[in-house]
Design a protein around this ligand. Structure first.
Ligand code: GLC
Length: 580
């Protein structure tokens, strides 16, 4: 068990994943081994050397299960098979063996808030109201229609008192969260696309079926799960009452996760496994409960607070300017809130977010400096860092200018709904250019050649135009400006220096709107991180930290602008990590 002393987890007792780095592969965009334009397991196997060189400990694969691909695999029709688009179970076993032989672990995506509507469970459930699987999903009768012909529920546009929809929920991918199953005359709930019906976690047989499936994957050799929108599995009963406007997490989430732990993980103490739960809307206090080790729920969660700061109140497509002080306040609160109990996961991007470099940095003139600065700030927080594919070479947003270039169901549905409502298409395209999930889903740029070396065929989504300059080959060949090499050094530093994994975190100058500065302290060792989060030079105030007042030049652990060292001026986007 982990003990705390002076607010610092004692690293000798800490779980293995506290000094690990996870790399996320979005399989359809990583590498295409068979030339059909879609990434696959064969492609991943060809590129494992890249990940071993980077030094990451864990690979998380976004879903590769059998799926109609309505949401790129987050709509699963068979949890026990690999989609032919990606390969076969034999190829999966071979991949897992190779990952393990290279000293890395393999984590699967677990999508159990919903299945595909083409999953055999749902096909059975919708076959009759009396089918035993009916209750594995969430069904409601249409609300009554009054003598005036108006329903007591909402209509498809969300207008209350105008239709028969059971609640006013909107799907995350536009439109109502309910779809009428004509044959059986009831609505089913889908928080995402209508092809992603939500499972009913109140049903014990469904829960057991999920645990059995997880056990089969662990028996096969996988090393854990990233759990998709896992806090959504427990719906507060009030969110299903007529008039409810959306999802509220139910208290039973803790029961479900503890039960899952008992049935799936508790007996596997001889294995080094990892669990991370994706939890939109989770608060620091909730996260402390979910990740306190003695509660046996999850190892860590993905929280969303910091990636929502530049969203306006109406939707994620309502772009607001980035505010560094707000970001520091948020991440600082998560560092403090999970200092004694629980554990943070650290991320700035993934397959659902725009490219972190384009969002928070300068993806033009200062691409190298801002990519490395962002990486250093993130990886030197306390928690387990997640590298999203392509970030390790400073990939940028897609730069798409026409709706035909987009593939993501969320972007396409939102655009169609807004155009229908009369919005200006140019304004919508501008929002998508910043916010669409496709920004992070373009093919990994392996070379400057055709299709960026991703595929010998035509990629399912266009490669970014800058692939001639921004690619793995060019980046790794650079002797002094390789983003890959910088990530490699950060990951190695975490392995070598317990202060990185375990040191106490303290934010400095929290109200400064250009400087991101903090210390990490373990025993008598301290690191000072100084990052200029702006495109202008920054004058450091010596009052910030004693090391800046010393006559001697401090030891520079890492720096992305060599000429700046020793001076009190940080160059644009410079980061310095000093031993204090
Ligand atoms: C999660 C996934 C996202 C998916 C959604 C529905 O947020 O990360 O890609 O669309 O869940 O499964």
């Amino acid at each position: 068990m982990t003990t705390t002393e002076g607010g610092t987890v004692q690293h000798r007792d800490a779980p293995w994943w506290t000094d690990a780095t996870v790399y996320q592969i979005y399989p359809r965009s990583f590498a295409d081994g068979n030339g059909d334009g879609v990434g696959d397991l064969a492609g991943i196997r060809q590129r494992l050397g890249h990940l071993a060189d980077l030094g990451v400990d864990v690979i998380w694969l976004s879903p590769i299960y059998r799926s109609p691909q309505a949401d790129n695999g987050y709509d699963i029709s068979d949890y026990d098979d690999i989609d032919p688009l990606f390969g076969t179970l034999d190829e999966f076993d071979a991949l897992m063996g190779e990952v393990h032989a290279l000293g890395m672990k393999l984590v699967m995506d677990l999508v159990v808030n919903h299945t595909s509507d083409e999953h055999a469970w749902f096909e059975q459930a919708r076959s009759s109201r009396d089918d035993p699987k009916r209750d594995w999903y969430i069904w409601r009768d249409p609300l009554p229609v009054g003598p005036d012909g108006r329903g007591e529920g909402t209509d498809a546009a969300g207008t209350p008192g105008a239709g028969t929809f059971p609640t006013a929920w909107r799907s995350a991918f536009s439109g109502p969260a309910w779809t009428l199953d004509e044959a059986t005359g009831q609505y089913y709930l889908h928080m995402f696309a209508s092809k992603q019906p939500d499972l009913n976690w109140e049903n014990p047989a469904l829960r057991q079926a999920v645990y059995d499936m997880m056990n089969r994957w662990l028996d096969r050799g996988v090393d854990g799960f990233r759990m998709d929108v896992i806090n959504h599995i427990a719906k507060d009963p009030a969110s299903l009452e007529p008039g409810a406007r959306g999802f509220v997490m139910g208290g039973r989430i803790h029961d479900h996760l503890r039960e899952m732990h008992r049935y799936v993980f508790a007996s596997r103490t001889d294995r080094e496994l990892i669990t991370v739960g994706e939890m939109p809307g989770v608060t620091v206090d909730d996260a402390a409960l979910f990740t306190a080790q003695d509660r046996h729920e999850l190892d860590m969660v993905f929280q969303f607070e910091h990636v929502g700061l530049d969203h306006g109140p109406s939707s994620k497509f309502d772009n607001r300017p980035f505010d560094l002080v707000a970001l520091k306040r948020s991440l600082g609160r998560w560092q403090d809130g999970l200092a004694d109990a629980g554990w943070n996961s650290l991320y700035l991007g993934n397959h659902d977010q725009p490219r972190s470099l384009s969002r928070f940095g300068d993806d033009g003139a200062h691409r190298y400096e801002s990519a490395t600065m962002l990486a250093a700030v993130l990886h030197l927080h306390r928690g387990t860092p997640y590298v999203y594919q392509g970030d390790e070479i400073g990939m940028t947003n897609a730069g798409f200018t026409s709706i035909e270039q987009y593939r993501d169901i969320e972007s396409i549905n939102w655009y169609a709904e807004e155009v229908e409502a009369g919005a200006d298409p140019e304004v919508l395209l501008e929002s998508l250019r910043f916010r669409s999930r496709d920004n992070a889903r373009t093919p990994v740029q392996w070379s400057g050649g055709d299709a960026a070396g991703f595929s010998t065929g035509t990629p399912w989504i266009e490669v970014v135009a800058n692939h001639h300059a921004v690619n793995v080959e060019a980046d790794r060949a650079s002797s002094d400006r390789s983003v890959f090499d910088w990530y490699r050094r950060l990951i190695a530093l975490r392995h070598e220096s317990p202060v990185v994994a375990h040191g106490r975190f303290e934010m400095l100058a929290p109200d400064d709107d250009r400087l991101y500065a903090f210390t990490r302290t373990l025993g008598d060792e301290q690191l000072l991180v100084l990052a200029n989060w702006s495109g202008e030079p920054y004058e450091l105030d010596p009052a910030l930290h004693p090391v800046l007042r010393r006559r001697s030049v401090p030891e520079v652990v890492l720096g992305n602008v060599p000429h700046g060292i020793g001076s009190l001026t940080l160059a644009p986007w410079e980061v310095r990590v000093l031993r204090a």
